[in-house]
Design a protein around this ligand. Structure first.
Ligand SMILES: Nc1ncnc2c1ncn2[C@@H]1O[C@H](COP(=O)(O)OP(=O)(O)OP(=O)(O)O)[C@@H](O)[C@H]1O
Length: 232
């Protein structure tokens, strides 16, 4: 579904990524975790073909892809409805309402982004990402700076959307608990140039269970204490 081969990636004369090979299967949810500055966003930009300035090759089996970023990136002078319709291929207001309902939003179609709370705006950005039924979604720290209850419920809603569309996902995050909860597989990276230091597979525990998440987190940290360095 997604094949990422990066021989190397430089910014000016600084090597950021080297010798990275990642394959993501259809319907898989992969998280990439690592310390600040190790190149996670750079890797995501290359994987999603936003950045083509690297040595290597990326293939994605569908061109129908969506993005979710840290900020909602809604167009400020358009209402929620207009923000969603402008990128919707089907222009189907019933489908838009259905997706808004999945993320817990009702009666907000005529509201402008500046009148939405941060959490609501982020929810709308999730709906926007799913509106054309993408086969693949790339996310860069999408739950950052949301309060805990909002982030938790949005994560649940997000998993429901992924299930509904059988979406393949690559998520960049700093948060190990979040990665354990959401993913099937986690890749840990270290710094300079980013090395893949550990792969953790078969995390199919997508039920929100804090105890279980903590157990897995402790298991990972006990087995691999070095991954603590720099970011946890
Ligand atoms: N456009 C750019 N030009 C030059 N250097 C850049 C550019 N973008 C990123 N870098 C550098 O590349 C390195 C990797 O940056 P990147 O944003 O990919 O890391 P990250 O792991 O996503 O960090 P964070 O978790 O803090 O967002 C950093 O040293 C950063 O300063």
């Amino acid at each position: 579904m997604i094949n990422i081969h990066i021989k190397d990636k430089f910014y000016q004369d600084k090597k950021i990524l080297e010798n990275i090979n990642i394959r993501v299967n259809e319907g898989e949810f992969l998280s990439i975790i690592g310390p600040s500055g190790c190149g996670k966003t750079t890797l995501l930009n290359i994987a999603s073909s936003l950045d083509k300035d690297f040595n290597g090759k990326v293939t994605i089996s569908s061109s129908n892809i969506g993005f979710i970023f840290q900020d909602h990136r809604l167009i400020p002078w358009l209402t929620v409805k207009e923000n969603l319709l402008i990128i919707s291929k089907e222009k189907d207001i019933n489908q838009i309402n259905e997706l808004l309902n999945i993320v817990g939003l009702n009666d907000i179609l005529d509201i402008y982004p500046k009148n939405l709370s941060g959490g609501m705006a982020r929810r709308v950005s999730f709906v926007r990402a799913f509106i054309n039924k993408p086969k693949v979604i790339f996310l860069d720290e999408p739950f950052i700076s949301l309060d805990y209850p909002t982030a938790t419920s949005l994560k649940k809603d997000f998993l429901n959307l992924c299930k509904k569309f059988n979406t393949t996902v690559i998520l960049v995050t700093h948060d190990l608990s979040e990665a354990i909860y959401l993913s099937n597989r986690i890749l840990f990276f270290s710094k300079n140039p980013a090395n893949q230091i550990l792969e953790y597979k078969n995390l199919n525990n997508q039920e929100f269970n804090l105890k279980k998440i903590d157990e897995i987190k402790n298991e990972i940290l006990e087995k691999h204490p070095h991954i603590l360095e720099g970011f946890l």
